[in-house]
Structure formats: C-alpha cells, structure tokens
Design a binder for this molecule. Sequence first.
Ligand code: FES
Length: 265
Amino acid sequence: MFVELERLAMRREPVPAVVRAEPRPERTVLVRVFRGGTGVSAPRMVAYPVPVHKGMTVLDALLWIKEHADPTLAFRSSCRMGICGSCGMLIRGEARLACETQVATLGTEVIEVAPLPNFPLIRDLATDFTDFFGHHRRIRPHLHPPDDQDSGPFQEEFRQTEAERLEYYQFTMCIMCGLCDAACPIVALDREFLGPQALTQAYRFAADSRDGGQADRMRIVDTAHGCWRCELAGSCSAVCPKGVDPALATQLLKREVLRRRLRRS
Ligand code: FES
C-alpha cells in the first residue's frame, strides 16, 4: 500500500482519497436524550431514531445524533476507550460510561440517556465537576515526603514490596469519571460530603508505605463531612467501571482513622 502511494507520488499522479467504509446498520433504535440546562429551553426528553450496527456504543449513537440530527447536543467525551472518564452519564437509569456501553448489550429498542445526578447541570448531558475536583484536591492526592525527610533532594528511591503495593493498587485505577459520586445517596443529600471518589483516593495514599502525608489527610477525612458520613450503601462500588471498590476503601479509611486516634490517646 505504502509502496503504491509512494510510486504515485513519485510520478506526480493523483493519490486516490481513502474511503472510510461505514458499517452497515442492522436496525434502528430510539435514543431518548435529556435536553435542557441553565439558560436553555425547558428540560425535556427528545427522541432520535439512530441506525445501529454491530459494536456500536451509546457514545457512538450520541456522536451520530450530533453529526446527523442535532449539532447542538452537548456531552463530553475524549478517549472513547474507558480511560479519560469524561463520558459518564445515566443510561437507562444507571450511571455508566457511554463509550463502554454497547447498544446491543442493553437489549432494548428505546434507550434513555440523561446527565449524571448529584452534579449541577450545565447543558444536556454535560454536568459541572467543579465541586467533585475540589473534593479530590482537598485530600491532597499525591505522595508527600516522609516526616523524617529533609527538604533537600531524595538521596535514594523509596523501596516497596509487592505486598505493600497490593495494599493500594486497585484504588489507583480510578479514572475520576464521577459515577461513584453520582450513585451515592449521601452525596445527593450533603453537598459538603467528600464523596466516595475523594475518600477512596485518601485511602489510596494512606495505604501507600511511601507516603508521609497521613496526618494532614486524616484531619480532612476525620470530619462530619468526611469518611464518617458514609453509610455503606455500596452503590459506588456497584457502578465503578474500573473495578475499584470505593465502599471498601472508605471502610478501610475509617479503620485507619480510628487506629491513628488510638495511637494518639
Ligand atoms: Fe473517555 Fe468514555 S470517552 S472514558
């Protein structure tokens, strides 16, 4: 192929345009999408018939709507492969990643898509993550030098055994999609609550043998709006698309807080 293109270029012959083969649609589904938001028209559900093909995801269906039916439809996406965490939304009433939800697996001819609950609405399927990121930042989500480390450059690497790494490894898989906070009944009631995502990351660092920032972090999570506000509904873990278990992390964080309190007393 490349040799052929090179040959045409050398002879200054026109290079044929690459034609993208559109997969053949197998059937049509009705995608009912929430439309509305601040300063826009009244909230409503709008139905779009979408031709679907094998392997098509809900995100593909929304992109099809934007391209062929209504370019004003607002939603977020980037990687289209479950990594960036930007395409979280409510699909048939469940918080999911649109790029990881195949239309065929939903087994229905009508798909309802709505913005994530527990997040302020911006427009259509786009929600405001300002508080969510703020809670994440509050727990200081990075490794802090150990207490006995002076402020100079590190003299050697921080060694860790495999067992020590496994203490926190699953919690590093968080992609900050916000599905856990969207599913949490306490986040729905208490806007100050740190939420399952931030608490999970607080535990991720508390469990890391290299970290020396626990004292600071504990002051933030050991509060009325911190880990004690969690009532262990477990819905956060049920919706996590990456297999992280925020309900477990929050309970382990409570244990860590109690341990530290006992050590102080
Ligand atoms: Fe990146 Fe869905 S588009 S996670």
